[in-house]
Design a binder for this molecule. Structure first.
Ligand SMILES: Cc1cc2nc3c(=O)[nH]c(=O)nc-3n(C[C@H](O)[C@H](O)[C@H](O)COP(=O)(O)OP(=O)(O)OC[C@H]3O[C@@H](n4cnc5c(N)ncnc54)[C@H](O)[C@@H]3O)c2cc1C
Length: 347
């Protein structure tokens, strides 16, 4: 039996005995996937398909115990480690070349506790997984704008989305997290237990251990919302959005971006710089397509916001995040950091 060649932070190639891998396989509920084996490519393929890294081995975890075994192997063999949640990080931090990939993407359960108004969420869950489960009970916590993003990485980075103006950042709604630390222990982090670790998890990124479960506070929301786009020329758009953000009701979630429109989809000629603001208004119920008159009560009486040249739609809150999937495709190779705005309008 040949040994496995892997990478450590110090050296590009190191040999680990196949016995160690076989022993690991025997302990797991999930699986070890080596290059060429089932699940290897699925685990290393992430949202940004420009990232094409090949780990030395992958542990596809099904629970905290699997994570502990993986971390122990990494520690014993001093392996380079990457941790994958939803795999949405644009820079590809979820995957490493040559090292051990701890893949959490199969751990997607979401459990809503109606009595306490909380949810327990596993680290492979996407925003769609969380929203769909919580929305079945008319509940939600502030997450991002795109339903294929992972709850784990979003939360560890702070997290913001449509409902942040009303309910705060994602981390403001984090009650506790279960974490496997670098010494292979499972600990709880909350305001009361390991508060320093809890502080670090809330925005510090993924370097403080492997989170195996998140506990969130939930809020009543929807399920019907109104959402859509408001498009403006750049010169008055940014100022307009700023004013709107200051005056609009907290129930209005807005996200602004600058786009180059080349093909005259919205107006002829080009290129033009525009600001495109997406919005979701999540209190109340609207039917049919939005007109500028119907739009007014949502955003207040600000004249700028009446110039709607795109449409809004009335639908459920969990469908809302899915709207962006069509323009932020998983596995799109042409995606380049900072160029999503071109991608949105080109071709
Ligand atoms: C199209 C698009 C839209 C986005 N919209 C929003 C938005 O609206 N709001 C917002 O706040 N952010 C948004 N983001 C950013 C997104 O939140 C981050 O990219 C986030 O890191 C993705 O989380 P993930 O679990 O999918 O990532 P992954 O790529 O799996 O992981 C990201 C980082 O977190 C670490 N990590 C993941 N899981 C764990 C874990 N369980 N324990 C320890 N470390 C872990 C990874 O090692 C990696 O370093 C968006 C990104 C994209 C591409």
């Amino acid at each position: 039996m040949t040994n496995l060649t892997v990478r450590t932070p110090e050296v590009p190639t190191k040999s680990i005995p196949q016995d160690a891998v076989a022993a690991l396989r025997g302990k797991l509920r999930g699986v070890v996937a080596l290059p060429g084996e089932d699940g290897y490519d699925a685990a290393r393929t992430i949202w940004n398909a420009m990232v094409d890294r090949r780990p030395g081995l992958v542990v596809r975890c099904l629970g905290a115990a699997d994570v502990i075994h993986a971390v122990k192997l990494a520690r014993d063999e001093k392996l380079l480690v990457a941790v994958r949640g939803g795999g949405h990080n644009i820079a590809g931090h979820a995957v490493c070349d040559g090292g051990l990939l701890i893949d959490l993407s199969l751990m997607r359960s979401v459990r809503v506790d109606l009595a306490f108004g909380t949810a327990r969420v596993e680290p492979g869950a996407t925003l769609a997984d969380f929203d769909k489960e919580a929305q079945a009970f008319g509940l939600a916590t502030p997450l991002g704008i795109n339903s294929t993003t992972g709850v784990a990485g979003l939360t560890l980075g702070g997290g913001f989305g449509w409902t942040t103006r009303k309910f705060g950042l994602t981390v403001d709604n984090l009650i506790s997290a279960d974490v496997v630390t670098a010494d292979g222990k499972l600990v709880r982090a909350s305001e009361k237990e390991n508060p320093d670790l809890f502080w670090a998890l809330r925005g510090g990124g993924g370097n403080f251990g492997v989170v195996t479960s998140f506990e969130f506070k939930l809020h009543r929301l929807g399920p019907e919302v109104l959402s859509g786009l408001i498009v403006h020329p750049l010169d008055n758009g940014l100022i307009g959005w700023g004013r709107l953000a200051m005056r609009a009701a907290r129930e209005l979630g807005i996200a602004d971006r600058i786009m180059v429109l080349r093909d005259g989809t919205i107006r002829g000629g080009g290129p033009f710089f525009y600001t495109v603001g997406s919005f979701t208004c999540f209190e109340g119920k609207w039917k049919g397509e939005m007109t500028s008159q119907e739009h007014t009560p949502i955003v207040g009486t600000h004249p700028w916001a009446r110039k709607v040249i795109s449409i809004g739609f009335s639908g459920t809150y969990s469908d809302d995040g899915g709207e962006l999937e069509a323009i932020a495709l998983v596995g799109k190779r042409s995606f380049r950091f900072k160029s999503i705005y071109r991608l949105l309008v080109a071709d």
